[in-house]
Design a protein around this ligand. Structure first.
Ligand code: GLU
Length: 467
């Protein structure tokens, strides 16, 4: 019997979402898309103190930017409290849950004693009802927590798609608190009820949750439900080799949109950060979805590398159709450039410049240069433009005023000036580049000038006299 795959991304909106977090959305999304299944967004907002709508907004915006579309949700856990309580009542009716009146002070004493005896601190089952066992007298005025009757003896075993077979002895697991004294259900219980109700077939999440899994599996079983497949992804480290976090300088995922990265490049980069398809480094979103499976997830922690991200982005920019790039770059252009370029010139500029840019921000900076009317600094002129070049530059300006304004027309004029002045190309090109573009390195001069405005070029060349 074939099951339709259902996966989910279940972020806690307690801080902004960085690249390490969003990778935990990318893989379940890709798995659902590549298997024709469904992908669900669930917001785990039960930590009311630390959760915020602003964090939810960044999650949603980041996913939208990356094109990680979801079929259901966002489902907010806080809106499902009644459902959790109903399932809790079922478990209680089935005798799988019991009230525990042990106070925090008593728990502390127990823990200290266990630690002194070199034992792992764990609840000792004082209030767990057993046939023939007499429970302690119920203290007055104490609201109990509810504990889950973890199976005794045996082990929880699962075949993790990343980590392989994992076996945890039930004796390692004490009876988990699944409802607080005020009746609110606790984290692990809500997760199981959600995964069960949502029909999740594959739980793909960070390996910081691997310790919760045996507990969650036992709750699934107590509810008489099939256990999903688990894949626990290794951590993403930052460039310093620490766990990626806001505190250690990670940026919000949406920041990369502002820095001019392409969503497809980011998907490509993140996909490779913990998964591989042979030696392929650059691939499209479609290829990724064609290739993705859970069998090639990496076992060791992946390390973020901004230089590689820039390189991947540059490759995607190069491969992108010029007219598409010309649309994407618009928001990055300054106000003057936005009005100065017509569509055709913008496309031509992208074609000329994209090979030398790693981000849309860099491309926009270059395009701004093409239409800029700001004077080149006197220092730059001094550093790169020798005084003796003034006559050929003046001659170039004179000829450019009347030539055909095309790459070929401009090339012919440059050739003529070189011939007349007995100069080699770099002797003229370098000063002209600095005068017109404010930088000594540019694409070929004829192509560059043809994308600039004739009057602007001539006035820029004229600055040499006044400098
Ligand atoms: N809310 C958890 C987190 O943000 C994820 C829980 C899960 O995927 O099961 O780390």
């Amino acid at each position: 019997m074939s099951t339709v795959t259902r996966t989910r991304f279940a972020p806690s909106p307690t801080g902004f979402i960085h690249l390490g977090n969003i990778r935990s959305a990318l893989y379940p999304w890709a798995f659902a898309r590549s298997t024709g299944g469904a992908f669900i967004l669930r917001i785990e907002d039960t930590d009311v103190e630390r959760s915020s709508q602003a964090a939810v907004d960044v999650i949603i915006e980041g996913m939208r930017w990356l094109g990680l579309d979801y079929d259901e949700g966002p489902v907010y856990q806080m809106q499902r409290m009644d459902r959790y309580k109903a399932v809790l009542a079922e478990l209680q009716a089935a005798g799988q849950v019991y009230p525990c009146y042990m106070s925090v002070a008593e728990l502390d004493v127990l823990r200290e004693q266990q630690m002194a005896d070199k034992l792992k601190p764990r609840y000792d089952g004082t209030w767990r009802p057993e046939p023939g066992k007499t429970l302690p007298p119920m203290p007055e005025g104490v609201l109990p927590v509810l504990r889950f009757k973890n199976p005794q003896g045996g082990a929880v075993v699962w075949d993790d798609k990343v980590k392989g077979r994992i076996e945890i002895s039930n004796d390692e697991l004490d009876d988990l608190v699944i409802a607080r004294p005020d009746g609110t259900p606790t984290y692990n219980f809500c997760v199981v009820v959600d995964d069960m109700d949502m029909g999740i077939t594959h739980v793909i999440r960070g390996d910081d949750h691997v310790n919760n899994t045996p507990r969650q599996i036992n709750i699934f079983r107590a509810l008489g439900k099939d256990v999903p497949v688990y894949a626990h992804l290794p951590t993403v480290l930052n460039e310093q080799g620490e766990k990626m976090s806001k505190r250690s300088g990670a940026k919000a995922v949406t920041q990369y949109a502002k820095e001019g990265y392409l969503p497809d490049a980011m998907v490509n980069y993140l996909a490779r950060l913990g998964w591989s398809h042979g030696d392929d480094e650059i691939f499209s979103r479609e290829q990724f979805l064609q290739w993705f499976n859970l069998d090639h997830l990496g076992k060791s922690a992946a390390q973020f590398d901004e230089a590689k991200l820039r390189w991947v982005n540059a490759q995607h920019m190069k491969a992108m159709a010029d007219d598409k790039l010309a649309e994407l770059v618009v928001p990055f252009l300054n106000a003057h450039a936005q009005t100065s370029f017509d569509a055709a010139r913008r496309v031509a500029a992208c074609a000329l410049l994209k090979d030398r840019c790693s981000t849309l921000v860099e491309l926009a900076e270059w395009m701004d240069v093409l239409v800029s009317e700001e004077p080149v600094s006197a220092e730059d002129i001094k550093a790169h433009v020798p005084a003796e070049i003034a006559p050929p530059v003046a001659r170039l300006a004179e000829l450019l005023a009347h030539c055909e304004w095309s790459k070929a027309g401009i090339a012919a004029v440059i050739k003529q000036v070189l011939g007349e002045a007995g100069l080699k190309m770099p002797q003229l090109a370098m000063p002209v580049r600095v005068l017109v573009a404010g930088r000594p390195q540019t694409p070929s001069l004829d192509a560059l000038l043809s994308l600039m405005d004739r009057a602007n070029v001539i006035s820029r060349l004229g600055r040499l006299k006044s400098a």
